[in-house]
Write a protein that binds this ligand. Structure first.
Ligand SMILES: [Fe+2]
Ligand SMILES: [Fe+2]
Length: 241
């Protein structure tokens, strides 16, 4: 393994460890907010269980980061990501859609791609362990949105989808990205090349997230426009592979 691959793998797993810790705090906070407006929701217990899953994932990711000599990932920040003008119930809905329907669904697609590649045994074990839980975390968001959609009008979320997406993209996802180490060498250590990340991100939105939102009464047109603009502005068609 080259130093460059080791550095990229250490940084990627440290970043994931921090994302997992942030998800844990967010899920616990949301579990504490739902009882005020929907005390019978099964999502409350699911969120608590998911928070424990994320703590476990964080330990696994930090272990890999350390094995590659990466940083410890830093202190997680759990701030409400919904617009300040939102009341508590709308804010919970915003965060559940952003964190679960979008981020967890994207995570499942990314992990599935890593599992389909030849990874180091240690990487594969961690990815497998995390992937099975993230599927459940994604469903938790769809379950909450479906419950809310049955109880009230959720169409207001539509105009907020672009800011959710903006918040969910990793820095550099839409920038061209220079030449780097061989993709196969990176994939073995759980790192996806930027063009692959972009392809997964776009494919998951178009095939899973947008149709799912529309089925529950949240128009995806503003989100589709955001995606078109992002792709058109920074990525030439040839780069999308
Ligand atoms: Fe996780
Ligand atoms: Fe998760």
């Amino acid at each position: 393994m080259t130093d460059e691959v080791r550095r990229l793998a250490g940084a990627a797993w440290a970043f994931r460890a921090r994302v997992e810790r942030e998800a844990s705090s967010r899920f616990l906070r949301l579990a504490g907010m739902i009882p005020a407006f929907d005390p019978a929701s099964p999502v409350i217990a699911l969120l608590r269980r998911a928070a424990a899953d994320e703590d476990r994932h964080a330990v696994l990711c930090a272990g890999l980061a350390a094995a590659y000599g990466g940083p410890d990932g830093g202190t997680p920040e759990d701030a409400c990501i919904a617009p300040r003008s939102f009341g508590a119930r709308d804010a919970v809905l915003y965060e559940m859609v952003a964190a679960c329907c979008i981020t967890e669904t994207e995570s499942v697609a990314t992990l599935a791609t890593l599992l389909s590649e030849t990874a180091e045994p240690r990487v594969r074990t961690v990815v497998h362990e995390i992937a099975k839980d993230e599927v459940v975390h994604g469903r938790m968001g769809w379950a909450h949105l479906a419950r809310e959609a049955a109880a009230r009008d959720v169409s207001f979320l539509s105009g907020h989808l672009p800011s959710m997406l903006e918040g969910s993209v990793e820095a550099g996802l839409f920038s061209a990205g220079g030449p780097g180490p061989e993709p196969d060498e990176l994939l073995r250590h759980g790192v996806l090349p930027p063009w692959r990340k972009r392809e997964i991100f776009v494919g998951t939105l178009e095939e899973v997230v947008f149709p799912g939102l529309e089925k529950l009464g949240v128009a995806a047109a503003p989100a589709r426009a955001w995606l078109t603009q992002r792709l058109g502005r920074r990525v030439s068609p040839g780069e999308m592979r």
